[in-house]
Design a protein around this ligand. Sequence first.
Ligand code: DX5
Ligand code: ZN
Length: 217
Amino acid sequence: MVKIAPSILSADFANLGSEIEEIKNAGADYVHFDVMDGAFVPNISIGIPVLKSVRKSTDMFIDVHLMIEKPVRYVKQFCSAGADLVNFHVEADSEENIKEAISIAKSMGKKTGVTLKPGTPAEAVMPFLPLVDLVLIMTVEPGFGGQSFMHDQLPKMEAVRKMIDEVNPACELEVDGGVDANTAPLCKKSGADVLVAGSAVFGKADRAAAIKAIKEA
Ligand code: DX5
Ligand code: ZN
């Protein structure tokens, strides 16, 4: 069964604790935590202090998506603040520095992932694939919730699925952006294990029904 990671970017930040409790009870698998710095992407969201508070309020698995330049500068802080898994964009720094960020997170007992923007080819994961627990493929340009799913990313998903099966079969394939009950079946067919959904979960009054609809689509 595919896992669902609701993105709290679309949650009510004034009631974040109860929003997360609600998706936990509704059958969500991970909490997806989007960090934006206004430089790597044209938007600013939440960061380390919010992660600390969320960590105190829930025992759910927190999947942190760092949309920040040179994430190696902050990886320790995000790990100490309570991330369970930290995702690094391969475009955010040199290969050497992304590998350094992965190794710091691992040394702190955390899981790691690498993320690809829509314009980045599948092959870009290869240097990192043996090292990580997850590959995240963006199906929108990162920066905003509520955008339309980019169907042209499906062949890349299939290509990355193949690489994972050959190189690191324990690695999970996660998809983020425009995922709802209509696009979820395409992602599953292309090999996704984890689906991030922001507006398709938090935008709906009945979160349990929304999660069920995506899981069973
Ligand atoms: C976009 C974020 C996503 C976003 C997804 O930059 O990384 O996680 O919240 O939102 P939806 O599901 O609404 O496209
Ligand atoms: Zn995200």
